[in-house]
Design a protein around this ligand. Structure first.
Ligand code: SAH
Length: 342
């Protein structure tokens, strides 16, 4: 039996087509979209300006909500981690990161991850499956419910590799970005990749203003391949070429994520090599002190090593920031999210 899709996985024009196929005028799609993303109701029955038979028709074709909230860690107003159950019993995590004026949501795109980065919890149990666009969008709606307001920023930095699930990820971006719905501006949406070049190349062609982050973590192949097996497929030089082409084409600045691991990738030589790599085109670097992950015995760099690494980049004129990774008490910080089974 084919499972009914989530209504939240439809693009606006797909919803219009659905209305049309049911013999209804397309403006009905706008009304439904408004219930879904502006009023954010929790069932078809609450869509009061639709006839009962049409609401029944919608329910025949679509599921309203496919994610179930199993657990919320953390208190309102602070970082909160959501454990969510999918219809097939798989589990994912999403994180709410409130700051002064921002309400950010960190989204998962897959159950598990194929990338198997040594220091990241998300890939430790392997890969289970891709999320659908509906499952990605629903994470944002559950976050909106907890925030009590529409989220302002989205980061695709939860479990999974967004570019290993390119189509559903991009579809979710279009749904979240739609001006008559949640209207989350493309510039407020960040997609992070471990360096999947075909994804970077495709994104360059989308004509979208989204932010792109690339998880680099090492400036040369030997070390990067040890930390990130994805580097064997797409080595540093090729990755840099793809990033240069992306910057050239989109005129948008890429942020390179660099997790600092003691005595591993935090030496002055690494900093200098990184500077050399980044000379070719404008970019930003975001340094992240390693978050503890059980399966990885590396340690966070010392404050002194972090300071030196930072300064080497800064002195070379690179735009560098140090990320204060939120939520490590909840195991909700960078690299600590995982797919779990109950
Ligand atoms: N697969 C994508 C999306 C995940 S983003 C990507 O790799 O970019 C999660 C970010 O946290 C990535 O930059 C990742 O490299 C980083 N990260 C993973 N494990 C970490 C850890 N233990 N400490 C700090 N950052 C980590």
């Amino acid at each position: 039996m084919k499972l009914k899709p989530s209504i939240h996985g439809l693009l606006f024009n797909e919803l219009e087509e659905f209305c049309f196929s049911q013999g209804l005028p397309k403006f009905r799609a706008k009304q439904i979209w408004d219930w879904l993303y502006v009023k954010r109701v929790s069932s078809f029955d609450e869509m009061q300006n639709l006839s009962a038979p049409f609401r029944a028709r919608l329910a025949e074709h679509f599921v309203f909500q496919t994610l179930e909230k199993l657990e919320i860690k953390g208190s309102p107003g602070e970082t909160q981690k959501l454990l969510l159950k999918l219809t097939d019993g798989e589990l994912i995590e999403a994180v709410l990161i409130p700051a002064r004026t921002r309400r950010t949501v960190c989204l998962s795109t897959q159950v598990g991850c194929k990338m198997a980065c040594a220091f990241c919890a998300s890939g430790q149990c392997g890969f289970r499956r891709n999320l659908t666009a509906g499952e990605i969008v629903e994470q944002v709606l559950l976050a909106a419910e907890l925030y009590g307001e529409r989220p302002t920023n989205i980061v695709y930095m939860g479990v999974g590799e967004p570019f290993d699930n390119y189509d559903e990820t991009l579809k979710s971006v279009h749904i979240l970005n739609h001006p008559d719905g949640l209207g989350i501006g493309a510039r407020k949406i960040t997609i992070s990749t471990s360096g999947v070049i075909p994804g970077i190349e495709r994104l360059a062609e989308e004509g979208l203003q989204v932010e792109l982050s690339v998880s680099l973590h090492a400036p040369e192949d030997e070390l990067r391949s040890k930390l990130m097996p994805v580097n064997k497929r797409w080595p540093v030089e090729q990755l840099m070429d793809a990033c240069a082409a992306y910057t050239e084409k989109t005129k948008r600045i890429i942020t390179f994520e660099y997790t600092l691991i003691k005595d591993t990738n935090d030496s002055p030589e690494c900093a200098r090599e990184l500077v050399r790599r980044l000379r070719r085109f404008p970019s930003r670097v975001n340094l992240i002190p390693l978050s503890p992950v059980e399966e990885f015995d590396g340690e966070r760099s010392t404050p002194e090593a972090i300071r030196q690494f930072f300064q080497t980049l800064e002195k070379a004129g690179i735009n560098v920031t140090l990320r204060d990774s939120k939520g490590s008490a909840l195991k909700a910080a960078c690299g600590q999210l995982r797919a779990r089974r109950i």
